[in-house]
Design a protein around this ligand. Structure first.
Ligand SMILES: NC(=O)c1ccc[n+]([C@@H]2O[C@H](COP(=O)([O-])OP(=O)(O)OC[C@H]3O[C@@H](n4cnc5c(N)ncnc54)[C@H](OP(=O)(O)O)[C@@H]3O)[C@@H](O)[C@H]2O)c1
Length: 254
């Protein structure tokens, strides 16, 4: 999603600096002409001051899915915000996940912890809580399809959204007028709610694959979260790109 934020920001004529631990090389397709790239690590703080010098707004597209990265996720955000405050950055925008504070799953707990770091920051902050990305679904399907089985979680429905739609909202929030509320939360969801099986069928058909779709129970806090529909926000169908449209666009660009 960070790459989409960079692309849209450059299209809007903004001055863009990107930081990550492994910035893309000069010839990489992931590199956007016109952006400046810095090597920095929010876990150690290395390179943050240089990357943030002169910045007005920070959009934090970091991720830490498991293990140490997940445990360091909120602290990394705090380190980024502290460096941003020292560089006189005005505002920070954070993508997060719908209802992450309603689950005991470690991944969601780390998201809610980071939201709290943002709510305590001296900077003006906006947290944009989104539903799951279309790309998350394809990651799950692709993992199983290697052995010709496409896994879907029993009872799970999703309101997936395109990373581009989320990136566009992040950018709007980064550029919008200041609000009297120093710390705001906004929620956005994808255009449709579908069962995971329906999404798997769409994905399989779009690629012309023959793998078998198998329903698996998802135990634990994550399973409960999905079965209770806490990943959905039916009243906020703000994303415009459907799963089908996103898949078609992805196929064209490959
Ligand atoms: N995936 C979803 O369905 C979904 C839904 C809603 C919200 N979100 C939120 O959107 C955000 C971005 O998700 P994504 O899927 O786009 O993540 P992603 O593809 O994994 O990208 C994460 C980025 O963070 C950088 N990074 C990781 N650790 C770092 C560190 N210690 N220091 C500096 N950079 C670091 C990575 O670059 P390097 O590896 O080069 O450092 C990479 O550019 C996450 O906060 C996530 O919670 C995701």
């Amino acid at each position: 999603m960070g790459r989409e934020v960079v692309r849209l920001a450059l299209d809007a004529g903004l001055d863009v600096t990107v930081l990550s631990r492994r910035p893309p090389s000069g010839t990489s397709q992931s590199r956007h002409d016109g952006a400046r790239y810095f090597q920095a690590d929010v876990t150690t703080g290395t390179g943050l001051a240089e990357a943030l010098r002169g910045a007005d707004v920070v959009i934090d597209c970091l991720e830490g899915r498991s293990g140490k990265a997940r445990r360091n996720f909120a602290d990394g955000g705090a380190r980024l915000l502290a460096a941003a405050a020292a560089a006189d950055v005005r505002r920070a925008v954070l993508p997060s996940i719908i209802n992450c504070d309603q689950s005991g799953a470690a991944f969601y707990v780390s998201k809610a912890d980071k939201e709290r770091v943002y709510a305590r920051s001296p900077l003006e902050t906006v947290v944009v809580r989104a539903t799951q990305f279309h790309s998350l679904m394809t990651e799950v399907f692709e993992a199983g399809a290697k052995i010709r089985l496409i896994p879907v979680f029993k009872g799970a429905r999703f309101q997936t959204i395109s990373p581009t739609d989320v990136a566009s909202v992040l950018l709007d929030e980064a550029l919008g007028e200041s609000s009297p509320e120093r710390h705001r939360v906004r929620t956005i969801g994808g255009p449709e709610i579908r069962t995971m099986r329906e999404l798997a069928e769409v994905w399989r058909n779009s690629l012309g694959l023959r793998g078998r779709i198998i329903e698996l129970p998802l135990p634990g806090a994550m399973g409960k979260f999905l079965r209770n529909g806490l990943n959905l926000i039916p009243e906020q169908r703000l994303g415009t790109e459907t799963f089908e449209a996103w898949l078609a666009k992805r196929e064209e660009s490959l």
